[in-house]
Design a binder for this molecule. Structure first.
Ligand code: TRP
Length: 394
């Protein structure tokens, strides 16, 4: 079985990436033929205005892959944009992909306006919009069949209107600045390339005839589209591509230091590039049970992000002790965090050291990608010869 996955180069990786993706890649590289791709053309679909960051982001990301144990002896690591055949197949697939398949793609619909969707709007108006819609719907003189769906529908329409009102200048700039949003951002993804994002992803998978694609749940529609494109191509021109399967792994969402899902944009992430001191400070800033104000107050480990980490990084016998002592009000949050730091740092220290080693020879990173991309090119070239013959052009 051939397994392929890709990651957009957004820079340094954090713990969330490890538990969500890399941990799984490590297991797969021991069991299957694996190809891991730096999706730098995909990075352009949303980041075409900030291209100067891309090379550094690629390097940072691959340094982390290697530090975490992705092994170029076991896996083929390559850079999408170095295999030009992707661009050719992207063009050919774009000929046979119905526009509607792309317009219905939920990641397209959601991300197109991702910078000011409901969550941000809610933040902006502190839930007022939802309340307002509810109040309004309650006053409707009709029986509402599905209240929640209608509410979402209204919120969607309202958010679109609000986005438009930003363009028209009705919403104060200060508010947007507070949210770190500028008018320019709205145009970011309203492009032909972004609409075609999943077509390019289908190319990444199919050009190597990969059978399985380990991805997060959010990527399922893209894998489905790859299967549809594969079927359509095969129906039109003869059996050429396999139908790739998505491989999902259950991964609980790792909380960041503020208890929300770990994410670069929330500014709550723990990076493999963090120094020991940075890590210590982050651990000490962790959110805990908000009701546990003093050392002697009983805490609720089940809602505490620090305890979530204990469960992963602290020895199991200690974990039960910590749970008991916290609940009984015998363990203060500061001490609890110090214990957690020890476990977490124990996990991160070797990664940090490996990272340092790799950073001393950065050229290696690019060599690995270069060699990998050449090998990938050979595979892609084979597929393209077959494709050109079938499609009678090229
Ligand atoms: N779209 C994927 C993501 O954002 C990245 C990606 C690009 C990918 N090409 C791929 C994943 C091919 C799997 C297979 O996570």
């Amino acid at each position: 079985m051939r397994v392929l996955s890709g990651m957009r180069p957004t820079g340094k990786l954090h713990l969330g990436h490890y538990f969500g993706v890399i941990k799984n890649w490590l297991k797969l590289q021991d069991e299957h033929e694996t190809l891991f791709m730096v999706a730098d053309w995909h990075a352009l679909t949303t980041g075409y205005k900030k291209v100067e960051e891309i090379p550094q982001n690629i390097e940072d990301m691959v340094v982390d892959w290697l530090s975490l144990g992705i092994d170029p002896q076991k896996s083929l690591l390559f850079q999408q944009s170095k295999v030009k055949e992707h661009a050719e197949l992207f063009l050919l697939f774009s000929m046979i992909t119905p526009k509607s398949w792309l317009e219905w793609n939920p990641t397209y619909k959601d991300t197109k306006y991702n910078l000011l969707r409901i969550s941000d709007l809610e933040l902006m108006f502190k839930g007022g919009v939802r309340d307002l819609v509810r109040e309004f719907l309650a006053k409707l003189p009709y029986k509402v069949e599905d209240f929640e769906a209608l509410e979402e529908f209204f919120l969607d329409a309202l958010s679109d209107t609000l986005i438009q009102s930003v363009f028209e200048g009705y919403i104060e700039r200060d508010l947007l600045r507070e949210l770190n949003v500028s008018k320019r951002d709205f145009y970011d993804t309203d492009t032909y390339g972004f609409l075609g994002y999943p077509v390019l992803q289908a190319v990444d998978i199919l050009i190597y005839k990969a059978n399985a694609v380990p991805v997060g749940e959010d990527q399922l529609p893209h894998i489905e589209l790859s299967r549809e494109i594969s079927r359509r191509f095969n129906n039109l021109y003869g059996e050429t591509f396999p139908e790739p399967q998505a491989m999902l792994t259950e991964t609980p969402k790792l909380p960041g230091i503020d208890g929300r899902k770990m994410s670069k944009s929330y500014n709550n992430a723990i990076y493999f590039a963090d120094t020991e001191e940075e890590l210590r400070q982050k651990v000490m800033r962790f959110f805990t049970d908000p009701k546990k104000l003093r050392r002697g107050d009983p805490g609720r480990p089940e809602i505490c992000p620090v305890f979530f980490y204990h469960k992963i990084f602290t020895e199991q016998e200690r974990v039960q002790e910590i749970e008991r002592d916290c609940t009984a009000g015998k363990l203060g949050c500061v001490d609890c965090k110090k214990l957690m730091f020890e476990g977490l740092n124990g996990f991160l220290r070797p990664v940090r050291e490996k990272r340092q080693e790799i950073l001393e020879d950065r050229k290696r990173v690019w060599e690995i990608l270069g060699v990998g991309s050449e090998r990938a090119s050979l595979m892609a070239k084979d597929t393209m010869e077959e494709v050109r013959e079938r499609i009678r052009v090229g």
